[in-house]
Design a protein around this ligand. Sequence first.
Ligand code: FAD
Length: 406
Amino acid sequence: MNIPKTDLAVVGGGPAGLLSARKAAEEGNSVLLFDSKEKIGFHEHCAGLLSIQGLQDLDLTNLPSDVIQNDSIKGATIYSSSGKSFTVEKKQPTAYVVNRAKFDQYLYNLATDSSVDVQLSSRVVGLERNNNSLNLKLGKNSGYKQIVSSIAILAEGRFPKLNQQVGLPSPKRDRIVFTSMYIMKDLKNIDPNYVELYQDQQFAPGFFSWIIPIDGSTAKVGLASTEVPASYYLKRFIKEHPSAKLKLKDAKVIKKMNGAIPLSSYIKKTYTDNVLVVGDAAGQTKPTTGGGVIFGGIAAQFAGKIASDAIKQNRYDRRFLAQYPKLWKKELRFNLSIMKYVRNYLNILTDKEIDYLLQVLNKPRLKKKISEKGDVDNQKKIVYRLLSDFRLWPFFIKTGFKFLLS
Ligand SMILES: Cc1cc2nc3c(=O)[nH]c(=O)nc-3n(C[C@H](O)[C@H](O)[C@H](O)COP(=O)(O)OP(=O)(O)OC[C@H]3O[C@@H](n4cnc5c(N)ncnc54)[C@H](O)[C@@H]3O)c2cc1C
């Protein structure tokens, strides 16, 4: 049997897969991308809040107008369950809200324009190393077809199956939070310039709830939680949260979505002979906010570049591919590690402690400094700022002990 061959096989047509495939194809390599779904951007399963700086880093500033749902997000307000709040803001818009289905379709168009061959309804079910190449086995829908590839980039998302087949770890299952999100209309008193985050243990244990405005009366309303079902907690948040319910009680649900986010931070090893792993499958997702498009996209561009170099030099061994983790870790590791500690720390705070923290953060000079340093992707800057403020030390010492003991 004559088995088709390619330079690079990419498994998964989310942002990480599409961006890495595009990068390698732009450098003149033959790239095949497989996605199990029948259409790219099939589910709009994500809130689509993307920093403008992050989009610039990915060279994606010219998004088509139908992808962008809101281009005026200037900041975020964090609420506690007792109604205390703290707003961090910039003078200019810092983030877009995008339609994730259309965003992925746009990335798909960019990839195919760069000659990536995208095969839909094609699930890769097996991966075997054979001499200096890989055998990929496709599932039933593709007639159990086989492909030989010199190298593969695995971008299967939050529940990867193939990492294990090549001896690589996956994001820890017990650190995955489950999500429920509605698109709602007829909300009251929301400001289209501000995202609202509700941090408390009662309504969203282990994470937070959000209202992400599309315009002055339509928003993506969701939450993630370590407790299941997330849909139960979302219904409760909408009906009972003391401040959110005032905005949401007469609102109507247009669409419902469920999903999951890996919060364990990056997996220990993201490469082996002939294989690189990117995106949610590599845990390149921010543990504080659950955002994974920008960080996963940055790592994906590195993966595409190193895969391309490997093809040019016919070097698929792990020593050569070790350049990939060096590059993405230099860019993202410090922030991802800090964010992991911040998420774990926030999860041990009681609702009263969150109230106190928000109260202190509202002190004018501190608030100004945080707004200046605030960056949704580069969160280590805010952490440094907070740790260097002596007014917060007694609080950090008290809660720090609890954190260490937990
Ligand atoms: C409710 C919710 C809200 C979110 N909000 C934000 C946000 O506001 N901002 C942000 O940056 N991030 C957000 N995220 C996270 C973001 O959606 C993910 O980080 C991002 O989609 C990860 O991209 P990816 O390419 O790694 O994986 P995915 O987007 O999950 O894509 C993986 C693809 O691989 C395909 N696939 C899987 N296995 C195989 C296989 N074996 N063979 C073929 N195809 C396969 C799947 O069909 C899928 O299309 C949110 C997530 C959720 C659940």
